[in-house]
Design a protein around this ligand. Structure first.
Ligand code: ZN
Length: 475
């Protein structure tokens, strides 16, 4: 394991400083003025406990220091061999580093100074200015307000192809907008559901949802595959699922994950919108404690955002053939089951689709994705949207964990939006084209819960993945 990486900040020659001041003038408000410098000196550290004793000691330390875990989703997942990425505030990092050195636990600093990484990652933002929506820049992260204006703009300018409507309101009263993409003329068509941003801090998700719409509009006339997709299917796209959380991640806490609902007995706010679904709700891999990042909520569908989407999917489940949900980070393509070690009835159809998608994705920039049932590939987690969609009759249910594998983590720089979205687009097109072909059903097969057998079962495309053998991301 390597131990150090130099800070990614670069110093600018003095001659450029006046220019920088001028550019800074164009930074839009609402970016929290880079969160009032609140992450200055914070670090992100990767640890892989080598023994159960180390894992136990780390868990204790994490509880004590109240760290922000980036991977895995919850402290309970930390175990021997598990890749653990932890965001540690400046004042606690000295304590943690001293403890690690004393206990001879190996670690690697992924991000030396989180504030600097945040500023570097959004460098393009300093060059942006308010342009018309027809020049919408898909290579930037956009605030909720910008995304909603963009949707309304498309609704007006592409009315033959796009319909924007709200399926309800969030906890804080924001509309939950869906963009329907497809030709209006025919009444009943098979459909694909795509949602992004269930977890607030995973900003690359909403960026991809927007990119998908852009590609559809740009290439419909020239790309036969896109034309076929849009001629035969409707797409329901929800660019930001967790609108309150996303907004909060722009204004207050860049690393917020949950919704923003209040709890009657605890001061901690929010529920994990990917543990709040009525499928083995609040069982393994979910927390009953409101202060945990994987809190399942007081009851299934307690979150208005989850209830609204569940109602919509229930209403349209006869037509919806695929459910695709976009998360970050880990570079994985996951399918059910997540809540148990068992094989889905249409395993071979789904697995073939996943294999082709991952292969297509890799062909663009050589980026490797692991794929497989979520319980085997990531961890057992109950009450999530993908399992729920599958159990409610949507035959193809997938969750993407987009780039990267921890180098930038949630702070994937804006310059990587384009390559990430380009390759993901190809994967989504592959899955969609697969839907348009017939695929026979087959009998269920039980996956082994034995880790060694599970490793043999695990499909990994390519080699060199030892380090991430037990990566447990924040799905
Ligand atoms: Zn997620």
């Amino acid at each position: 394991m390597k131990f150090h990486r130099s800070p990614s900040s670069r110093s600018l020659p003095a001659a450029f400083l006046p220019l920088c001041w001028l550019l800074l003038e164009t930074v839009p408000l609402g970016y929290g003025h880079l969160y009032n410098n609140r992450y200055a000196g914070d670090k992100v550290i990767r640890l892989i406990p080598q023994t159960e004793e180390e894992a136990h000691a780390l868990k204790k330390m994490y509880h004590q220091l109240k760290v922000d875990l980036w991977q895995p989703g919850s402290i309970s997942y930390v175990s021997e061999g598990t890749v653990t990425d932890v965001h540690i505030p400046q004042n606690a990092s000295r304590t943690l580093l001293a403890f690690l050195q004393e206990a001879h636990i190996q670690y690697k600093i992924l991000i030396e100074d989180l504030q600097k990484a945040l500023e570097n990652g959004s460098s393009l933002r300093t060059q942006r200015n308010r342009r018309s929506l027809s020049d919408y820049n898909y290579e930037l992260y956009h605030s909720l307000e910008e995304i909603q204006s963009w949707m309304q703009h498309l609704n007006q300018t592409h009315s033959a192809f796009i319909q924007v409507f709200s399926i309800g309101r969030s906890y804080e009263g924001r509309p939950l907008f869906i963009l329907k993409l497809g030709r209006k003329s025919r009444a009943y068509r098979r459909a694909v559901w795509i949602d992004c941003g269930i977890h607030a801090r995973e900003w690359i998700g909403p960026a991809f949802c927007q990119w998908f719409v852009r590609e559809a509009l740009l290439t419909y006339k020239t790309d036969p595959a896109m034309r076929k997709m849009l001629n035969h299917l409707d797409f329901y796209i929800m660019p930001v699922f967790n609108v309150d959380g996303y907004h909060f991640s722009w204004t207050h806490d860049r690393f917020w994950r949950k919704t923003r609902s209040r709890n009657s007995r605890f001061r901690c706010r929010g529920v994990d919108a990917n543990r709040n679904w009525k499928v083995k709700w609040c069982d393994e891999g979910a927390s009953v404690h409101p202060c945990d990042d994987t809190y399942c909520g007081p009851f299934p569908e307690s979150e208005p955002e989850v209830k609204a989407v569940a109602n919509f999917l229930r209403k349209h489940r006869k037509h919806i053939r695929a459910y695709l949900s976009f998360h970050a980070y880990a570079q994985m393509l996951l399918y059910p089951y997540s809540y148990k070690y068992a094989t889905i009835p249409n395993f071979s159809c789904v697995e073939t689709a996943a294999y082709k998608a991952v292969r297509a994705l890799r062909s663009v920039h050589g980026v490797r994705y692991r794929y497989g049932p979520a319980s085997q590939t990531l961890y057992v987690s109950s009450g999530n949207s993908m399992d729920w969609a599958y159990k409610n009759g949507i035959p193809y249910a997938f969750a993407f964990e987009l780039r990267d594998t921890g180098h930038f983590g949630f702070l994937l720089p804006e310059m990587l939006i384009k390559p990430t979205c380009t390759e993901t687009m190809l994967a989504v097109k592959n899955i969609t084209m697969h839907l348009l072909q017939k695929c026979p059903r087959e009998s269920p097969r039980v996956w082994s819960a034995d880790p060694e057998k599970a490793d043999a079962d695990q499909r990994v495309l390519g080699t060199g993945w030892k380090l991430f053998a037990k990566t447990r991301a924040t799905f």
